[in-house]
Design a protein around this ligand. Structure first.
Ligand SMILES: NC(=O)c1ccc[n+]([C@@H]2O[C@H](COP(=O)([O-])OP(=O)(O)OC[C@H]3O[C@@H](n4cnc5c(N)ncnc54)[C@H](OP(=O)(O)O)[C@@H]3O)[C@@H](O)[C@H]2O)c1
Length: 261
């Protein structure tokens, strides 16, 4: 008889940072419950099974309570050892030029769906007095996101919430870590229609390296980690720069047409 492997739940595991986080979990001896909103989650499942993990995969929209509930049902009563609350997406253009439903989807995915999932899973962790939670926040949460205003606001929420929950759980063995990347080379910018912007076209971090940084910080139980030296400097600058100036700086990065072509 083989000893059962602990369970890691990773949202947004079909691509980018979430894919790499799920891969790391599989490589470190965890079974997986993974979710994303497109059919490519099935290909990710097969890849992680190839690493020896038992994998349950679900295609579901995590912006809705029903969609999150489907993931909770998939997990059932099984204790969750690791939760990587990673699913999220951005949305470029000026707020007033965005489609309202698309803007709301950013909030519902990045904030509401994430909170509903964590509220359910972290309760079990607290009762068992063990578990690790990793939020994928962002250094975008440290600055007003002109031409990506809703997204940056959601990441400010996630960054802030992660620290607060960590403090609320400080007398338990449940750790909460916030991974705060800068721009990462994933499908994020294409999906957010930011490819004609400076930030969309600039060089970006490798998602595998970013995920490794977050995974290691989570395993050490650290509070937060900014991935990459350049981003650490940017985060330090953001902490001492007036918000109006940060908002203007963000315009230079995210204004439609600010890229080279
Ligand atoms: N890329 C960056 O520069 C950057 C920087 C800082 C933070 N982040 C954060 O990192 C996280 C992962 O993004 P990424 O860069 O790896 O981008 P990505 O390659 O686009 O991956 C996003 C993942 O989230 C899933 N997802 C998005 N909305 C969902 C929804 N409503 N329901 C279910 N799944 C959903 C996607 O699923 P499908 O593929 O099925 O759509 C995909 O698996 C996000 O929270 C993002 O905000 C990204």
């Amino acid at each position: 008889m083989t000893t059962p492997r602990p369970l890691a739940v990773v949202t947004g595991a079909s691509s980018g940072i979430g894919y790499e986080l799920a891969k790391l979990c599989a490589e470190h001896g965890y079974d997986l419950a993974i979710a994303a909103d497109e059919a490519s989650i099935v290909e990710a499942k097969q890849a992680f099974e190839g690493l020896g993990a038992q994998v349950r995969a679900l295609q579901t929209d995590l912006s809705t309570e029903d969609g999150v509930q489907d993931l909770l049902d998939l997990i059932g009563d099984e204790p969750v050892e690791i939760l990587c609350a990673n699913a999220g997406h951005g949305l470029g253009h000026g707020f007033l030029d965005q489609d309202w439903k698309a803007a709301r989807h950013v909030v519902d995915t990045n904030i509401t769906g994430t909170l509903f999932l964590v509220h359910n899973i972290a309760g079990g962790m607290r009762s068992r007095d063990r578990g690790r939670i990793l939020f994928t926040g962002s250094i975008a949460g440290l600055m007003p996101g002109t031409f990506q205003a809703v997204y940056n606001g959601t990441k400010a929420f996630v960054d802030s919430f992660s620290f607060a929950l960590r403090n609320e759980l400080k007398d338990t063995q449940v750790t909460v870590t916030c991974l705060m990347p800068g721009p990462v080379d994933t499908e994020f910018f294409e999906r957010a229609d930011l490819m004609d912007t400076k930030v969309g076209q600039d060089k970006k971090s490798d998602p595998a390296k970013v995920a490794k940084t977050g995974f290691e910080a989570m395993m050490k139980g650290e509070g937060d980690v900014v991935a990459g030296l350049k981003n650490k400097i940017q985060a330090a600058i953001a902490a001492v720069t007036p918000q109006t100036q940060l908002a203007e700086m963000h315009r230079g990065m995210a204004e439609p047409g600010s890229g080279k072509q």
